[in-house]
Design a protein around this ligand. Structure first.
Ligand SMILES: Nc1nc2c(ncn2[C@@H]2O[C@H](COP(=O)(O)OP(=O)(O)OP(=O)(O)O)[C@@H](O)[C@H]2O)c(=O)[nH]1
Ligand SMILES: [Mg+2]
Length: 617
């Protein structure tokens, strides 16, 4: 038996999935967290059951990749029982999806989650009545408190049933569906989709087109619009039948402050700047401690061992790699993710996205494109994966812009090199340069990329107090990736680098590129090797610089200007290999190549211009 958790974005599906399976998929107070499907297993009475966490969707008759993916899964009957998760505070909107799902004739149970918040807002829900209307079990839960989660699986196994509630569609739609079912011998659900032009059977689509043309002519509305209106009306009716709303939402007043241009925008700048300052301060404080411990306890004692030059080179490379990885990246990455998790879980991120929306429109993208951009601050890889929901034109623009967004690894470079060795104002100026370049790139691409620009409603996450446990576990989820993927990669690369250095190959490579490094960028020759390693993972540009310079105290071997230029070039220069790989998968070779070429040129040109400018001063 296979269960599927289905529901709108941000209703708590992944939290429920984690609690049922013990797996730790990412959860956050930001719509669209889950990208793709996660599968896990849950044990009940000595039997194992599979459970799938679907990405959040608003409807099943859209054309976005997520909606298509979920729809296909339901059509192919890959799921035996659906667990439909609703947000108790937004039943009306959530019922829209529930009603569309009911057409798929899959046994289901309904989980009304977020009951804790609904109760606080004085919303009373008659779940008994809802269960009677729908003809399937309804459970009230509060996943953040673990309330009633244990009831979900037993109920789904024993009592799940088809939703018997019928949606009163417009008469001409019902007539159209009936004739299509008779003519093409298809299922009712397929007829409903075919009338909207969705489906894989060209014959069915063709027959449906003649019927829908008639309906559309008669109603002067598309079938899609008529169906949506019918579903909306029914969802509204259902919600009013089973809910009683109490007091107004407490966040209303605060929300007005946060989302108005004034004081919203100054507040946003303040919050974002303070977040970066915290990363810089806490990160450098922790960094100093770790670097010193490494120097005193491991690196200096290693030199007194009297190893042969070859082994000394290797041991030194490994120790410096460990020092750079743990001492430089760890403090910044961890602090960064804790702060970002707090901002997201408090619900502030969607408010910031809302404010930035207007600016984004000028850059040619709508609110929904902001979600990938915000995700990009963490890591560009999931950000690129989440552009699937955008239109082709926006996908192209987003591919360029997201790969320029300073992700956590770039923050490590900016914080670890510029903030520590050059100064905090200089670190902010790097962000400023990047943002100006992102805006300029966006402005140019909007002009030259063909296609329409659409409007889009961005859903606000509720404002809530972040939970320390959840914040820490999210930061840990990202740290795990750093420790188990980045650290081994760094260690292996450092050994290879050590061997190549011993064999003189690194020097030969650097000599070849030395003219570019020295005369164009004003950097020492070994910067070329670091930049190359930075393509593996961005922060490795910084870590290998420390390895090649032979010290984590970069200020003693490079000037402030050199460190600044190095940071700018490595931050802009070619996205990391994982980003290029997802770009290739999502957008094809041409775009992946164009983005890489563009960022490479941008990095080198910016470095060159800065070099000339600093020389002139
Ligand atoms: N107060 C409260 N918060 C909850 C509850 N369930 C989930 N949350 C919070 O709601 C937010 C969204 O939870 P997720 O599990 O990521 O939601 P999702 O439905 O998987 O979202 P998408 O992946 O975007 O579709 C997180 O911050 C959770 O901690 C609940 O019952 N009560
Ligand atoms: Mg999720």
């Amino acid at each position: 038996m296979k269960f599927g958790l289905i529901g709108n974005p941000n209703v708590g599906k992944s939290l429920i999935f984690n609690q049922l399976t013990g797996i730790g998929v990412e959860i956050s107070n930001f719509p669209g967290t889950t990208i793709g499907m996660y599968s896990g297993s849950v044990c009940y009475q000595n039997e194992r059951f599979e459970i799938v966490d679907f990405p959040g969707i608003y409807s099943l008759d859209g054309v976005s990749e997520e909606e298509t993916e979920v729809r296909q899964c339901l059509i192919k009957k890959e799921i035996d029982t659906l667990i439909i998760v609703l947000d108790a505070k937004h039943l009306e909107r959530n019922f829209y999806l529930l009603l569309s799902v009911s057409e798929y004739r899959i046994p289901a149970i309904v989980v009304i989650n977020m009951m804790d918040e609904a109760e606080k807002q004085g919303i009373i829900i008659d779940s008994q009545k809802l269960s009677e209307i729908l003809g399937c079990p309804v459970i009230e839960t509060a996943a953040s408190e673990g309330k009633n989660i244990e009831k979900i699986i037993p109920e789904a196994i024993q009592n799940s049933s088809l939703i018997s509630h019928k949606i009163p569609y417009n008469r001409s739609i019902e007539a159209g569906v009936r004739s299509l079912v008779k003519l093409s011998n298809c299922e009712r659900r397929d007829a409903l989709l075919a009338l909207q032009g969705i489906g894989d059977d060209p014959e069915l689509i063709e027959t449906a087109a003649t019927i829908s043309d008639e309906i559309e002519e008669h109603h002067r509305m598309s079938v899609h619009q008529i169906l949506a209106a019918n579903l909306h009306n029914e969802a509204e009716k259902l919600a009013s039948e089973v809910t009683k709303t109490g007091k107004n939402e407490f966040s209303f007043g605060i929300d007005r402050l946060l989302t108005r241009s004034f004081p919203g925008i100054p507040l946003m700048l303040f919050i974002l700047l303070s977040t970066l300052l915290c990363v810089f301060f806490i990160g450098s404080f922790l960094e100093e401690i770790i670097v010193e411990l490494f120097d005193n306890l491991l690196i200096n004692p290693m030199f007194s061992l009297g190893l042969s030059p070859f082994w000394e080179e290797i041991a030194f490379s490994v120790l410096i790699a460990l020092q750079a990885g743990l001492g430089i990246a760890f403090p910044f990455v961890f602090t960064f993710y804790i702060l970002v998790s707090i901002l997201e879980d408090s619900g502030y991120m969607t408010r910031a996205a809302f404010l930035a929306d207007r600016a984004m429109h000028r850059v040619g993208m709508h609110g929904q494109a902001l979600i990938p951009m915000v995700l990009g601050f963490g890591c560009n890889v999931p950000a690129i994966m989440s552009i699937r929901q955008l239109t082709k034109r926006e996908k192209i623009i987003a591919s360029f812009l997201i790969t320029m967004v300073p992700c956590s690894a770039r923050t490590v470079i900016i914080a670890g090199i510029v903030a520590v060795f050059v100064g905090i104002p200089a670190a902010f100026s790097v962000y400023l340069i990047i943002f100006v370049l992102i805006i300029l790139t966006g402005l140019v691409l909007t002009r030259i990329t063909p296609g329409d620009q659409f409007g889009m409603i961005l859903e606000m996450s509720p404002l809530r107090r972040p939970k320390p446990k959840q914040t820490l576990s999210r930061a840990w989820l990202h740290m795990k990736e750093f420790l188990f993927i980045a650290m081994p990669l760094l260690l292996v690369s450092s050994v290879i680098l050590g061997v190549l250095q011993y064999a003189g190959i690194v020097q030969a490579f650097q000599d070849m590129l030395a003219p570019v490094m020295e005369s164009v960028l004003g950097l020492p020759d070994y910067a070329s090797t670091s930049l190359l390693f930075g393509i593996l993972r961005k922060e490795m540009a910084f870590e290998t610089l420390a390895i090649l310079a032979g010290t984590a105290d970069l200020g003693s071997v490079m000037t402030a200007v050199q460190l600044y230029i190095f940071a700018i070039v490595s931050v802009l220069f070619v996205p990391c290999i994982s980003t290029i790989a997802v770009l290739y998968r999502e957008m094809g070779l041409k775009i992946a190549f164009m983005v890489s070429f563009y960022t490479l040129s941008l990095g080198l040109i910016a470095g060159f211009l800065l070099n000339i400018m600093f020389k002139a001063i």
